[in-house]
Design a protein around this ligand. Structure first.
Ligand code: GTP
Ligand code: ZN
Length: 197
């Protein structure tokens, strides 16, 4: 999938002043961004997070998931290191979109787990597509990433798209009484590594 670079600007945050780079996916018309910090083009692996949009968790403080907390932790870690990149991908609800995610949440309110809910709506458990990442990284001359994630399937998907993942760094944060079952399902059914081993 081709992406078109559009423009860059500063994005001051509580952790650091990031550089924000905007891209358009030509096929889907989705707008994606990279927040970068420091010199990421020197060929050395860059501390990175590939974060899929979660409006409810990232912007509305939802405790149903761990997304907002992971995003904050990733931005903080990058600020601490003074160098890194966050690819913020607009694939809400593991790729099914916000309104379908609300439908999936409703089914979860009635007892389904996150995978069963997706499947009951006729979707796969995880419909995300990482095919734009390589081009976005290439645009910033990022040669390799140390990826902050608990999801080995994300690592594999990115590697299959040609991204050089030098290291996986666990990003365990944001556990609370509201998302215990959700996190357990991610570990049990989606292969997330939630414990050291
Ligand atoms: N369909 C659906 N999507 C969800 C649900 N909860 C969170 N999401 C979406 O899941 C995506 C984040 O994926 P996660 O499975 O939490 O984590 P990950 O990105 O695979 O792995 P990490 O890198 O370890 O965070 C975001 O797009 C969220 O909007 C849910 O119950 N149903
Ligand atoms: Zn979320």
């Amino acid at each position: 999938m081709p992406v078109r670079y559009v423009e860059s600007s500063k994005l001051p945050t509580q952790w650091a002043v990031f550089d924000m780079h905007g891209y358009e996916d030509i096929d889907t018309k989705k707008e994606h961004i990279i927040l970068s910090l420091g010199d990421v083009s020197d060929g050395e692996p860059v501390l990175a997070r590939v974060h899929s949009e979660c409006l409810t968790g990232d912007a509305l403080f939802s405790l149903r998931c761990d997304c907002g907390s992971q995003l904050e932790a990733a931005m903080e870690a990058i600020a601490k290191e003074g160098r890194g990149a966050i690819l913020y991908l607009r694939q809400e609800g593991r790729g099914i979109g916000l309104l379908n995610k609300i439908k999936a949440y409703k089914l979860q309110d009635e007892g389904a787990d996150t995978v069963e809910a997706n499947e009951a709506l006729g979707f796969g458990a995880d419909m995300r597509d990482y095919s734009i990442c390589q081009q976005m990284l290439e645009h910033l001359s990022i040669a390799a990433v140390n990826l902050m994630t608990n999801n080995p399937r994300k690592v594999k998907a990115l590697q299959e798209m040609g991204v050089n993942v030098a290291k996986r760094i666990p990003l365990r944060t944001g556990k609370n009484p509201h998302n215990e079952k959700y996190l357990a399902t991610k570990a049990g059914k989606l292969g997330h590594m939630m414990k050291d081993s």
